[in-house]
Design a binder for this molecule. Structure first.
Ligand SMILES: C[S@@+](CC[C@H](N)C(=O)[O-])C[C@H]1O[C@@H](n2cnc3c(N)ncnc32)[C@H](O)[C@@H]1O
Length: 258
């Protein structure tokens, strides 16, 4: 995926990206990152691929020097409107221009998946993280089997949908406002063991891995009842990590730089 394609894609999303926090998966991803950082003091924080800067308020400006960078210029414009007390700039997740050992904490939340290969982003994260510092990387969970199950269910229901279509004239499909589909945009997924071995190659050791947004009930059934968020909130994922690993859409890894 070329960076121009990614930047252009997110430029088109920028005005609406912040509203995604209304969705359970985005909100819970931020809640888990909040839990990972709240008992620590980080002098310098770099949020790579910060989107609309929604992780900035996790840090008190009096205690932390937060700096968000994003490849999309329009995202950075939104950041400055939403969070004027924090610092944002246009920047690249593998050529940030920041000095070595710059940050006590580096966040990369939902960014690695837009790279064809993970190495350049890992190299940069490791380079700008101080020794003993922390990096938190969130990716689509590569062990998630719920997606394939979802597809099997959709395929299974296809004849019913075709019959319904032939009997009832279809309305125009509704598109979520602000959503721009681009077939060139792919989301790479990573398993916990891939994230561990990638980190190892760059002096980053996993100290915590959390699975977020359980999808135990197929979306097609759950979209009206919304039981998945209910179960997710109450699920003791640390007790049943095997289930969480297989049915969660998001993996969040916390690393320590050796
Ligand atoms: C899925 S959004 C996540 C935004 C934010 N981290 C959040 O969780 O709300 C991915 C963001 O990463 C940015 N991005 C993608 N590739 C990048 C790169 N190579 N360098 C910097 N930012 C990048 C995009 O522009 C987009 O704003």
């Amino acid at each position: 995926m070329s960076k121009d394609v990614v930047a252009n894609h997110f430029d088109q999303y920028a005005a609406k990206w912040h509203d995604r926090l209304e969705q359970y998966s985005f909100r819970s991803r931020r809640d888990v990152v909040r839990a990972m950082v709240q008992d620590h003091r980080f002098g310098v924080v770099v949020d790579v691929g910060c989107g609309t800067g929604d992780y900035a308020p996790l840090f008190n400006p009096a205690e932390s020097n937060y700096h968000g960078i994003d490849i999309s210029e329009k995202m950075v414009v939104e950041c400055r409107k939403l969070y004027p007390d924090y610092e944002f700039s246009v920047g690249d997740g593998d050529k940030s221009g920041l000095s070595d050992n710059f940050a006590d904490l580096v966040l990369s939340i939902g960014v690695l998946e837009y790279y064809d290969e993970p190495e350049a982003h890992f190299t940069e994260i490791s380079r700008i993280t101080k020794k003993g510092g922390t990096a938190i990387i969130a990716v689509p969970n590569g062990d998630n089997i719920a997606r394939e199950r979802e597809q099997r269910f959709i395929d299974f229901m296809a004849p019913v949908r075709r019959l319904k279509k032939s009997l009832i004239p279809s309305k125009k499909p509704k598109k979520a406002e602000g959503y721009v589909k681009d077939e060139r945009i792919k989301h790479k997924r990573y398993t916990e063991s891939q994230m561990a071995s990638l980190g190892n190659g760059y002096g980053l050791e996993i100290t915590e891995a959390r699975f977020v947004n359980l999808l135990l009930i197929p979306h097609i059934l759950d979209r009206f009842v919304r039981l998945n968020p209910f179960i997710s909130e109450r699920f003791p994922s640390n007790l049943m990590k095997g289930v969480a690993r297989k049915y969660s859409s998001i993996l969040i890894c916390r690393y320590e730089k050796r």
